[in-house]
Design a protein around this ligand. Structure first.
Ligand code: SF4
Length: 181
């Protein structure tokens, strides 16, 4: 059944008020369209790693290849707390049998690529959010995208096709009949 295909989603995109300012970034395409096709599994790494709502805004700093997660106003380094969470969460998500993940663009935790990394106050647009990077590293075959890119019909179709392909591959390995689509 296609309804059993699970996709992880940055929680704020589902309309959950988990952002640093107590708001959300509800994306109706996800909840109203993809939510009828797939089972969406919301994850907010910042809240789930123990940060409050609201909380101080954060950004990535240092080496773009190995950035640190730091609060903007008080310079508190949250990298260790986030890394501890990520290492546990990726193992927890193995049991969810995800076939894709849609991340919130630009976030120092969830941004997939092109996240600003500040080094001596000069931003480089080359980082990945710490949770997104951990997911890509732990699940190298998982189809991943950012919410804004799904506005492009070709990118959207490609992502959905990759999700179904992964599901079929998993079913093949399990010896189960593949999904009709
Ligand atoms: S971008 Fe990620 S960490 Fe930030 S509020 Fe949304 S789900 Fe939480």
């Amino acid at each position: 059944m296609t309804s059993q295909i699970k996709i992880g989603v940055s929680s704020c995109l589902m309309g959950n008020t988990v952002r640093y300012d107590g708001g959300h970034k509800h994306d109706r395409y996800l909840s109203d369209i993809l939510g009828h096709i797939f089972q969406l599994i919301p994850v907010c790494p910042e809240v789930e790693c123990g940060m409050p709502i609201p909380r101080e805004a954060m950004r990535l700093e240092g080496d773009p290849a190995n950035p640190r997660l730091v609060t903007i106003r008080n310079g508190i380094d949250m990298t260790g707390q986030m890394f501890d969470f990520c290492s546990k969460k990726v193992r927890d998500l193995e049991s969810k049998d995800l076939c894709g993940f849609i991340f919130k663009k630009g976030s120092p935790s969830c941004g997939l690529s092109g996240v600003k990394v500040y080094n001596r106050k000069v931003p480089a647009w080359s980082g990945s959010g710490l949770f997104a990077a951990a997911m890509v590293h732990h699940f190298p075959l998982l189809p991943v995208e950012e919410e804004g890119r799904l506005d492009d019909p070709a990118i959207r179709e490609n992502f959905i096709e990759r999700v179904f392909t992964l599901r079929r591959w998993k079913d093949f390995l399990l010896g189960e009949p593949s999904l009709d689509r």
